[in-house]
Design a protein around this ligand. Structure first.
Ligand code: SF4
Ligand code: SF4
Length: 347
């Protein structure tokens, strides 16, 4: 990794260079909530003035750009007496993500482990992922962020360039050759000792601001022990089974596949739709049997996938601690509270 410093005035020049030639997605202000606080969303941006780089967490992750809610996998057409299949996942153009927080980059790294695995890679995701140029940016913890508990408050790979605000300049982490070349178009300099000191100072100050946390020590083991705990029924009784938590989660990737035939019976398509394990028919199989008809078993499954199954497979949690699910949940169910109750701690 290389380190550079960039004067803040130069950042718009860097943005313009990238946005001129590529679709560029970044945090924008999409409205205000009932208290008048801004609501942020990842949207395509062509004007640097529309970017809100000091944004707090967006309601939705950037997932829709590389793992859309609905996506066609293949189309079929009858020509003569034969069916012809059309699959094209090389249609994606380069896309710049300008200003992702560390948790959202870590979420991508976790998705890569599943969707770009050598066993069952998903070419549609991989084609988009390979075309991404990612500029990360540091953030200030919100009251619901517990990314530090799951080691997602900082990121060491999965981006091209990472910016940390150190006053009138950004401290840059340069990770890819593309980023190194792009930086030739703007004026950067070698960091001096005072820049290192300032970087460590702002990072330490930020770390002191975290207030939410979960205790992950022995968590996978405790979840195994507490599989029959009555707390799952208590949380399940509160859950509405709406699936919002999976929709807003940057790491939820479960999906269903559907095939539809055109009315002329000469064409068909296969499409994929993201699905939530909290929705009533998630575990329903052909024949009508539902393996998880109760909300409590579905909610429990979601926690076991995130904090037990994924840990066993990859030695890390599938949760990046962004807190979006708790903020969006109409029943007020949050990860820190659920984990604390499973551990028998006061909420
Ligand atoms: S958002 Fe809340 S109520 Fe809806 S499924 Fe998730 S945990 Fe249940
Ligand atoms: S489970 Fe909740 S806190 Fe964890 S990554 Fe998903 S939305 Fe964020």
């Amino acid at each position: 990794m290389l380190f550079r410093v960039l004067h803040k005035d130069e950042l718009s020049t860097l943005f313009d260079q990238l946005a001129r030639a590529n679709t560029t997605v970044g945090p924008t202000e999409s409205g205000t909530d009932q208290k008048g606080n801004p609501i942020y969303a990842f949207e395509p941006v062509s004007d640097f003035a529309d970017l809100r780089l000091n944004y707090t967490t967006t309601k939705l992750p950037a997932k829709r750009y590389f793992l859309p809610y609905q996506e066609d996998l293949a189309s079929f057409r009858m020509e003569g007496e034969d069916w012809h299949k059309n699959v094209d996942y090389n249609i994606y153009k380069p896309c710049v993500f300008f200003g992702l927080h560390a948790c959202d980059i870590n979420a991508l790294n976790k998705l890569d482990k599943v969707l770009m695995s050598t066993v069952y890679p998903m070419p549609y995701y991989a084609a988009k992922r390979m075309n991404m140029f990612i500029i990360g940016i540091d953030c200030q913890p919100q009251p619901f962020c517990f990314c530090r508990s799951v080691a997602s408050d900082s990121v060491t790979h999965g981006f091209d360039l990472f910016l940390t605000d150190i006053g009138d300049r950004y401290f840059l982490e340069v990770l890819s050759a593309t980023a190194y070349n792009v930086l030739k178009t703007v004026k950067t300099s070698e960091p001096e000792e005072k820049d290192h000191v300032q970087y460590m100072k702002v990072t330490a100050e930020r770390n002191r601001k975290f207030t939410a946390h979960i205790d992950t020590s022995d968590l996978a083991k405790i979840l195994d022990m507490e599989f029959q705990s009555p707390v799952w029924k208590e949380w399940g009784d509160k859950c509405l089974g709406c699936g919002t938590c999976a929709n807003v989660c940057p790491t939820c990737y479960c999906y269903g596949v559907e095939e539809t035939v055109n009315v002329d019976l000469r064409g068909a398509r296969k499409s994929k739709t993201l699905y939530s394990c909290n929705v009533i028919d998630f575990a329903e199989v052909a024949g009508g049997h539902n393996f998880r008809p109760e909300r409590s078993t579905r909610l429990k499954y979601r926690y076991y996938h995130k904090h037990r199954g994924f840990v066993e497979a990859f030695e890390e949690s599938l949760c990046v601690g962004c807190g979006r699910c708790g903020e969006a949940c109409l029943a007020g169910i949050t990860v820190p509270e659920v984990i604390a109750s499973v551990r028998g701690e006061e909420q």
